[in-house]
Write a protein that binds this ligand. Structure first.
Ligand code: PGA
Length: 251
């Protein structure tokens, strides 16, 4: 049985004060729950250290939203895997569609970042997903196959144990338009099949595949009950403690 994983991607939201406020509400709200899923929050870089201190001794885990593919050096404005580890990160989101579309990140670059993260003992949350145009052209599986095949090039099945894949159809992100549970399940099953083909059956069976794209407390239950949906990557709804806790409860 795969344990469900709920990740909150804060994106470019919350300064230090707002970080303290949201985390204290989360900790309070979850204090009487026995969590049967893993919970990860991914604040912006400037809040990571504070968030790491606040969630110490709680079940909440820390992740970052991006990192550079090199260990250190003259890369103005960038953040390394080692720096993220140093402030308590265990996870890092890589290949998010906003990084791909707004910042021009390509599959090959994402592959380098995934390799660096794994080498640095950070667990990648590797995002894939098609645009509306690609879905309408019936290219969903082709696109996801390319993103995964290139993104996971030269990575061993042993390393995949420390990686999560998040399927996020681009047309569902921040739009309020969620994939139906059937649409999502279909792609998740395909991803598991692909991992079986690229690696082996055990690696595919153990892989956590999150769904992302307008996940809310009222649609999370049905999505998470699908056979191959092992969690959620939540954007908008993770910025309010109540709605994020609602999603955690559905898991
Ligand atoms: P959303 O974002 O929940 O606001 O659609 C999801 C994501 O981008 O990870």
């Amino acid at each position: 049985m795969r344990k469900k994983v709920i990740t909150g991607n804060w994106k470019m939201n919350n300064d230090l004060g707002e970080t303290q406020n949201l985390i204290s509400k989360l900790i309070n709200g979850l204090s009487n729950e026995t969590l049967s899923c893993d919970v990860i929050i991914c604040p912006p870089f400037t809040s990571l250290q504070e968030a790491g201190l606040l969630i110490k001794n709680t079940p909440i885990k820390l992740g970052a939203q991006n990192m550079h593919q090199e260990g250190n050096g003259a890369y103005t404005g960038e953040i390394s895997a080692g720096m993220l580890k140093n402030v308590g990160c265990e996870y890092v989101i890589l290949g998010h569609s906003e990084r791909r579309t707004i910042f021009g990140e390509k599959d090959e670059l994402i592959n380098l970042k995934i390799k660096k993260a794994l080498e640095s003992e950070l667990k990648p949350i590797f995002c894939v997903g098609e645009t509306l145009e690609e879905r309408e052209k019936d290219a969903t599986t082709k696109v996801v196959e390319r993103q995964i095949t290139v993104g996971l090039k030269n990575i061993s099945s042993d390393e995949i144990k420390n990686l999560i894949i998040a399927y996020e159809p681009v047309w569902a992100i921040g739009t309020g338009r969620t994939a139906t549970p059937e649409q999502a399940q279909e792609v998740h099953a395909y991803i598991r099949l692909l991992i079986n083909r690229l690696f082996d059956v055990q690696t595919a069976e153990n892989l956590v595949i999150q769904y992302g794209g307008s996940v809310k407390p009222d649609n999370a239950g049905e999505l998470l009950s699908q056979k191959d949906i092992d969690g959620a990557l939540v954007g908008g709804a993770c910025l309010k403690a109540d709605s994020f806790i609602g999603i955690i409860r559905s898991a």
